[in-house]
Design a protein. Structure first.
Length: 283
């Protein structure tokens, strides 16, 4: 089994709402509570309605540790009627699903990769993000969920496409969890949030001729890439690849681990999460 790592970032608006619900506790505990309330969200994709659901919640001492996300899928099924000796095709419902591991202490989730269920794991992230934001809004909170990515891959791209880079764009979420290791970016984003009541910062640099110069010694770029690597946003490089403009994205380079999960029980999940946190150096 392959699991992708993603980080949860909660944000409070600088200006408080006059009508908001109160909750005593950490935002992630509130998110756990909201996840189990009527867990269905309807999303449009490719002009088709897609029903997605969450369920099979696993708890350990009142702490959420895992659940499943699935989608409703219609399929044709052949049946046989003995009474009139006929074969008939009928519509049948199927709910393929993937496992989500929920790590409260680290504000991380791990998403099972299964392309037969979801071709792109980012769809699962956006579903959870949208579903929770609909409910967190009443508490003056929002959530951003982004893949945790390998910083080195960004610099590998910069080296590989040197002299053929058109644009670099960052989308950075406002902080709530990252520590002193990311202090420069955290202070910058806190200042922007205070001044503009912003929830995220979009920053881009462009050279239409594909001659953008990006140096690994540039402290601001380096800090932004590190912030994204921890799951605080995304980066997007536009490069010339064999004569065509191509995008290289942090979301395509999420940290992942391939390991076997023995079974879907609280004890097995706890043991498995401890293993993958150490494997990915996230603890």
């Amino acid at each position: 089994m392959v699991f992708y790592a993603a980080s949860l970032s909660f944000n409070k608006p600088f200006q408080k709402s006059l009508q908001k619900k109160d909750f005593e506790g950490e935002p992630i505990i509130l998110a756990e509570k909201l996840l189990v309330e009527k867990a269905e969200y309807i999303k449009y994709k490719n002009k088709k309605m897609l029903n997605m659901y969450v369920g099979n919640f696993l708890w350990d001492n009142e702490k959420l540790i895992a659940f499943r996300v699935g989608k409703e899928k219609k399929r044709k099924k052949n049946i046989y009627s003995e009474s009139n000796m006929e074969f008939r095709r009928i519509d049948d419902e199927d709910y393929p699903n993937v496992i989500i591991l929920w790590v409260r202490e680290e504000q991380l989730i791990f998403i099972e990769k299964n392309t037969t269920v979801f071709q792109d794991s980012e769809l699962v992230i956006r579903f959870l993000e949208n579903y929770l934001n609909q409910r967190l809004r009443e508490y003056d909170l929002s959530i951003a969920i982004e893949f945790v990515s390998d910083e080195r891959i960004f610099w590998d791209y910069v080296s590989e496409y040197h002299g053929r880079i058109y644009a670099l764009e960052f989308n950075l979420h406002m902080p709530n969890f990252f520590g002193d290791a990311h202090k420069p970016v955290k202070e910058l984003l806190e200042s922007i949030k205070s001044s503009y009541n912003a929830e995220e910062l979009n920053s881009s640099i462009v050279n239409e001729n594909g001659r953008l110069q990006i140096s690994e010694n540039d402290s601001r770029i380096k800090n932004f890439v590190s912030w994204v690597g921890a799951g605080g946003g995304t980066w997007d490089l536009t490069v010339d690849q064999e004569g065509k403009k191509t995008q290289k994205k942090s979301t395509d380079n999420a940290k992942s681990v391939s390991d076997g999960l023995e079974n879907y029980t609280a004890e097995a999940i706890k043991k498995f999460v401890d293993i993958i946190l150490h494997k990915l150096d996230l603890k």
